[in-house]
Design a protein around this ligand. Structure first.
Ligand code: GLN
Length: 483
């Protein structure tokens, strides 16, 4: 068996007992990428020689000592490119490490490669990358989800031991579900965003994509915690997220929100998710019917708030100090217009225009302010629900992976891919997606994700439920046949 098929904790155990060397771990990764990435296109770039060099200096006794961790192209790593899968950041090399990267290094990990994504994390299929889409390891004619589609695909295809992604409206959980891996969105503020290129600052959060739940807990242990460089990081103690893993679900109450089992939910996905919830019940959890009454307004409110924040955050990309700069311009305004016009892709421009519109005077109250009020209602829905239950269980995505190109002409149908994930970002709570079975489409097995949502700062609870499910099922062990 190749080392690359192992989890982070399995790889670390081999490293620590000196059954493999850090160089071998990196070299095996290089071989696997050469073998499968021509099909998957998960990596935008990577520097194998540099990683092998860095492997010589690692201390394998550290928690992640010698394990390469792949990074979404939105997280800064000193001396590496950080392009957000956009033309506008062409040639940009990060002058500093994101806090999560500094923490990974301190834990002995080797930051590895730049993985593909939707441009500036806007999208649900990775088709908005300026450098071509990533493909789903289970069926290369399908999308891997997005926007952290590269992160999910490289983990599922065993061309990464684990990866970090970012989740603004579902971008860790949805691709994890569609690729059959684990994706954890921590509570808003649990993980520092210093060095994460901002999309929508009141929603963005960094989190791990991994092969199993234990790895998600281990990585969260490393990256979580307050950071003086990010004033939105929460100043709360960080527990050891592995401690509660084995506690089981007996006596826990899990809520089944009726608004998440609606028209538009693929019947095969529904059957699979309901079976997973019945399985949790069989393990001793008490399933309680709940209601999150404002769910139906989450999507429209999100698509006002997220673009509004994006329009402000993306104003800095003007080609003046770094990145792409248009040629043949006459004057400053022409420079801005051409640089941003040629540098940004269609979806990013759509968001900037939408965001500028909803913030403009006369429309601000009608759109932005109302969306913020809806956000408060959604937040209250969850607060009320968590008075009754320990966790909420529902589908991560309404459908399995769809075909490449199927939704690119219809932004609204693309936005619907996140209908079950974005409310968690609006409320700031935490959530995970774990593999819970397969559906068959055109003779191919496609993974389905179970989403488990938890109250603010209750990642331990979410991981506890996820682990109990995972360890009593086989889905996380399934591997795709690539090619
Ligand atoms: N698909 C959603 C969007 O395009 C969510 C993206 C994300 O979580 N980064 O806004």
């Amino acid at each position: 068996m190749e080392i690359t098929s192992l989890t982070v904790h399995e790889t670390q155990a081999l490293l620590r007992s000196k059954q493999v060397s850090p160089q071998e771990v990196v070299e095996a990764l290089g071989r696997r990428i050469a073998e499968v990435d021509p099909v998957i296109h998960g990596y935008l770039s990577y520097d194998l020689d540099r990683a092998i060099l860095e492997a010589q200096d690692v201390d394998v006794r550290l928690p992640l000592g010698g394990v390469p961790i792949s990074l979404k192209d939105v997280i800064n790593v000193k001396g590496h490119p950080c392009g957000c899968a956009s033309r506008i950041l062409q040639g940009y090399i990060s002058p500093y490490d994101a806090t999560v990267v500094a923490k990974l290094r301190a834990a002995g990990a080797i930051p590895f490669g730049r993985v593909n994504m939707d441009e500036f994390a806007m999208g649900s299929s990775t088709e908005n990358s300026a450098f071509g889409p990533t493909r789903n390891p289970w069926d290369a004619t399908r999308i891997p989800g997005g926007s952290s589609g590269g992160s999910a695909a490289v983990v599922a295809a065993d061309e990464a031991y684990a990866a970090l992604g970012s989740d603004t409206g579902g971008s860790i959980r949805q691709p994890a579900a569609l690729c059959g891996c684990v994706g954890l969105k921590p509570t808003y503020g649990r993980v520092s965003r210093f060095g994460l290129v901002a999309f929508a600052s009141s929603l963005d959060q960094i989190g791990p994509l991994t092969k199993d739940v234990r790895d998600a807990a281990i990585l969260l242990n490393i990256i979580a915690g307050p950071d003086p460089c990010d004033s939105t990081s929460v100043n709360e103690p960080v527990p050891d997220f592995t401690v509660d893993l084995e506690k089981g679900v007996k006596g826990l109450k899990v809520g089944l929100p009726k608004e998440y089992f609606i028209e538009g939910l693929d019947p095969q996905v529904e059957t699979t998710v309901r079976a997973a919830i019945a399985h949790l019940e069989g393990l001793g959890a008490e399933v309680v019917d709940i209601s999150l009454p404002h769910t139906e307004h989450a999507l429209s409110a999100y698509y006002i708030i997220a673009p509004a924040e994006a329009s402000a955050n993306l104003a800095r990309f003007d080609g003046v100090r770094y990145g792409f700069r248009a040629k043949d311009v006459s004057g400053l305004l022409d420079h801005y217009g051409k640089t941003r016009g040629e540098g940004f892709g269609a979806e990013v421009k759509r968001r900037v225009i939408l965001g500028t519109y909803v913030l403009s005077s006369g429309y601000y109250d009608a759109y932005y302010l109302r969306a913020q009020k809806v956000r408060t209602l959604i937040r209250r829905d969850f607060a009320t629900a968590f008075e009754k239950v320990d966790a909420i269980v529902c589908p991560t995505s309404p459908t399995p992976a769809f075909k490449l190109g199927e939704r690119t002409g219809d932004p609204l149908s693309m936005y619907l891919a996140d209908i079950f994930t974005l409310a968690a970002n609006m409320a700031g709570i935490c959530g995970i997606s774990i593999p819970c079975g397969f559906v068959e489409e055109e003779g191919k097995q496609l993974p389905v994700g179970l989403q488990i949502l938890g109250k603010e700062l209750k990642e331990s609870k979410v991981l506890q439920v996820a682990y109990a499910y995972e360890q009593s099922t086989v889905w996380h062990q399934a591997k795709p046949q690539i090619g």
